[in-house]
Design a protein around this ligand. Structure first.
Ligand code: NAD
Length: 250
C-alpha cells in the first residue's frame, strides 16, 4: 500500500475531492485525520472508513481560524502518534463577479478560506513533520490560479489559488533540508458540490477542456495520493496540473 501507516490530515473532507481522497488514502493504509465544518458528515465518513477496516479520526472546525490548524495537528498526534502529511484541500469559490462589483467582504472571505488557511496549516504542520524527519504537504490550488482559461469573475479565487503556488514554493525551499516536500495540485473542472449540478454549466465547463469533459473527484484524489506518497520522493515545489489540458488551451 502506498501510504502504509502514514498519518495524514485531510481538510475539506466532508465532500467532493477531500472526501474521495480520505477514502482512497485510508484504503492505501493511511491513518486519516478528517477536517471540515460539517461535523455530522465527518462523523459518518470516519465511521465508514473505520467500519471497512481503515483508521480515521475527525475534528470539525473552520480553516479560517488558527486554533483549528493547531487542533488538527494535536489530534493527529494524540490519536495516532504524530504527522506524516497533510492534504490541505478545503476551499470555496465565493462570488463570481468582476472586481469592480466585488464586495470587500467576499475578497476577505475567499482569501481567508483558501490562502490564509494554508499559512495556518503550514505553521502547525511543519514543526510536527520536522519531528518525523520527513513529510509531504499538498495544497489544492486550481488551474484558475495558474492560467485561468479565460474565465471571468474569478479575481479573489484566482488570487488565492495563485498565492498557494507561491507559498508552496517558498515552503519547499525553506524545509527541503528537513525532508519535507510541499506541492500544489491544480485540478481542472471537477464534478463536486463546488461545480453545482446544472447540466448546461457542466457542458460549458467540459467544453473548455481539451479532453472534452470534467474530472471525477477520483481522478484528482489519485494525483493527491501520488504527491503524498513516496513515489513522489523527488517532487517538491511543483504545481501539478490535473486539468484535462484546460491550462494550455489559450
Ligand atoms: P466541495 O465544495 O465539495 O468541497 C469543499 C470542501 O471544503 C468541503 O468539505 C467544505 O466543507 C470545505 N470548506 C469550505 N470552507 C471551509 C472552511 N471555512 N472551513 C473548513 N472547511 C471548509 O468542492 P471540491 O471541488 O471538492 O473542492 C475541494 C478543493 O478543490 C477546493 O479547494 C477547490 O477550490 C478546489 N478545486 C475545485 C475544482 C472544481 O471544479 N470542483 C477545480 C479546481 C480546484
Amino acid at each position: 500500500m502506498q501510504l502504509n501507516d502514514k498519518i495524514i490530515i485531510i481538510t475539506g473532507a466532508s465532500s467532493g475531492i477531500g472526501e474521495t481522497a480520505a477514502v482512497l488514502f485510508a484504503a492505501e493504509g493511511a491513518n486519516v485525520v478528517l477536517g471540515a465544518r460539517r461535523e455530522k458528515r465527518l462523523q459518518q465518513l470516519a465511521k465508514r472508513i473505520n467500519d471497512s477496516g481503515g483508521s480515521a479520526a475527525f475534528l470539525a472546525g473552520d480553516v479560517r481560524t488558527e486554533a483549528y490548524a493547531d487542533g488538527l495537528v494535536q489530534l493527529a498526534t494524540a490519536e495516532f502518534g504524530g504527522l506524516d502529511g497533510a492534504f490541505n484541500n478545503a476551499g470555496m469559490m465565493g462570488e463570481t463577479v468582476p472586481v469592480p462589483d466585488m464586495e470587500r467582504a467576499n475578497w476577505n472571505e475567499v482569501i481567508a478560506t483558501n490562502l490564509t488557511s494554508a499559512f495556518f496549516a503550514a505553521k502547525y504542520q511543519i514543526p510536527a513533520l520536522k519531528k518525523r524527519g520527513r513529510g509531504s504537504i499538498v495544497f489544492t490550488s486550481s488551474f484558475v490560479g495558474y492560467a485561468n482559461g479565460g474565465m471571468p469573475g474569478m479575481g479573489a479565487y484566482a488570487a488565492s489559488k495563485a498565492g498557494l503556488i507561491g507559498l508552496a514554493q517558498s515552503l519547499s525551499a525553506e524545509h527541503g533540508a528537513d525532508g519535507i516536500r510541499v506541492n500544489t495540485l491544480l485540478p481542472g473542472g471537477t464534478r463536486t458540490a463546488m461545480s453545482g449540478d446544472d447540466a448546461e454549466i457542466h457542458e460549458y465547463i467540459a467544453s473548455l477542456h481539451p479532453l472534452g469533459r470534467m474530472a471525477d473527484p477520483e481522478e484528482i484524489a489519485e494525483a493527491a495520493l501520488f504527491l503524498m506518497s513516496n513515489r513522489a520522493s523527488f517532487v517538491t515545489g511543483s504545481a501539478l496540473t490535473v486539468d484535462g489540458g484546460i491550462s494550455i488551451r489559450l
